[in-house]
Design a protein around this ligand. Structure first.
Ligand SMILES: NC(=O)c1ccc[n+]([C@@H]2O[C@H](COP(=O)([O-])OP(=O)(O)OC[C@H]3O[C@@H](n4cnc5c(N)ncnc54)[C@H](OP(=O)(O)O)[C@@H]3O)[C@@H](O)[C@H]2O)c1
Length: 340
């Protein structure tokens, strides 16, 4: 019987992750026990938030011990089962990790892939945790209201691009994205329907450029980047503005001592600004409804998403490390098995 392959954490990351922080291992193919089933992964994802577990210290998630498989989402097919709810042949998405196979019990983050005319990989992309993060970050954490003027950071990533498009679909008065290349900005305005996009790498005065886009202030900041960005935008927030802290990709590689502080705190009082962090799994009960709606939008072409595909489990470390160099243009997924 073929082995299972997995990518494990070989040493703790210091600063930006590099491929040598990881190691590929062969392991015996695990057999499901009573109530369990084995999923043969077809696609696995790399996720920037994983970085927060790779330094050896606990963050909102516990530190990943050395030698353990790295976290990620997977979509695949049940190939051995002792669980009547998940018979052989069922297509599922799950938190499978950087592995060719995983043992699941039907609990935790797992679902059957609904019948919809979208690629299988979408269920760990725009219809996976990134899409759900955009949906619940905007709707529930930022308490989006029709007419809001919305600023999205890391806007060309799968979370940001989806958040901006949902805001437009739900009646935002304006949606502006910040991204790190002209190509990403072009995608946002020409394909994803953003009203404007700012390339933060070439803009000489980013704060002034944001302010010029929001003469009445920013109602919603959907932030994927981190403290420096939040600190910059706080003085530009409108009365009763809301900030959703979705991610902190600029801060994940920093130690707590290196992480910038937020000092522009006056608008919390003067402008009654609310800032709240998001853990998307808090809304797990509402995932099916959100996914059904987003699958419809994706299938009808109303929701655009970029996907970058890599081949083979050996590609996972490099695909992951590139996220922190701004190399990804949308969701990165890695093919680790065949879709039968
Ligand atoms: N709260 C939750 O429950 C939850 C769940 C899932 C994901 N998230 C978070 O959501 C955020 C977005 O996730 P995603 O999957 O869509 O990834 P993503 O935005 O595509 O993340 C990678 C991108 O981040 C940008 N970036 C990298 N380093 C940066 C830096 N130092 N400064 C500014 N931008 C930088 C780059 O884009 P540019 O070229 O534009 O710089 C890069 O392409 C992440 O922070 C993630 O952790 C949160």
């Amino acid at each position: 019987m073929a082995d299972m392959q997995q990518v494990v954490l070989a040493r703790y990351c210091e600063g930006a992750p590099v491929p040598d922080d990881f190691r590929l291992e062969n392991a015996g193919l695990p057999e499901p026990k009573k109530g369990q089933f084995r999923v043969a992964h077809v696609w696995c994802s790399v996720d920037p938030g994983t970085r927060s577990r790779l330094s050896g210290g606990d963050s909102y998630a516990m530190a990943l011990p050395l030698g353990k498989p790295v976290d990620g989402f997977s979509v695949g097919i049940v190939e051995a089962s002792q669980n009547a709810d998940f018979p052989v042949g069922t297509k599922v998405f799950c938190a499978g990790g950087w592995k060719t196979h995983s043992i699941q019990s039907g609990r935790g983050f797992i679902g059957k892939v609904p019948d919809a005319p979208v690629p299988l990989s979408a269920w760990i992309g725009v219809l996976g945790v990134p899409g759900l993060t955009a949906w619940f970050g905007l709707k529930t954490v930022a308490k989006f209201r029709e007419g809001d003027a919305v600023l999205v950071t890391s806007a060309a990533g799968p979370v940001g691009a989806t958040a901006g498009q949902l805001a437009k679909a739900w009646g935002a008065s304006k949606v502006v994205g910040i991204a790190g290349s002209d190509a990403k900005c072009d995608f946002l305005t020409r394909e994803a329907g953003f009203d404007a996009a700012i390339n933060y790498k070439t803009e000489t005065d980013l704060t002034a450029a944001i302010a010029a886009q929001f003469p009445k202030g920013v109602d919603v900041l959907f932030d994927n980047v981190g403290n420096d960005m939040v600190n910059r935008v706080l003085p530009l927030m409108a009365l009763n503005g809301r900030i959703c802290i979705s991610g902190q990709v600029a801060d994940y590689n920093l130690t707590p001592e290196q992480t910038p502080g937020i000092v522009n705190t006056k608008p919390f009082i003067t402008h009654r600004v609310n800032m709240q962090g998001l853990v998307v799994f808090d809304f797990a009960r509402e995932f099916p409804e959100a996914l059904q709606t987003m699958a419809g939008l994706l299938a009808s072409g109303k929701l655009k998403s970029n996907e970058e595909r890599f081949d083979g489990i050996t590609a996972m470390p490099e695909a992951f490390c590139g996220l922190f160099r701004g190399e990804n243009f949308g969701r990165r997924v890695v093919r680790v098995g065949e879709e039968k």
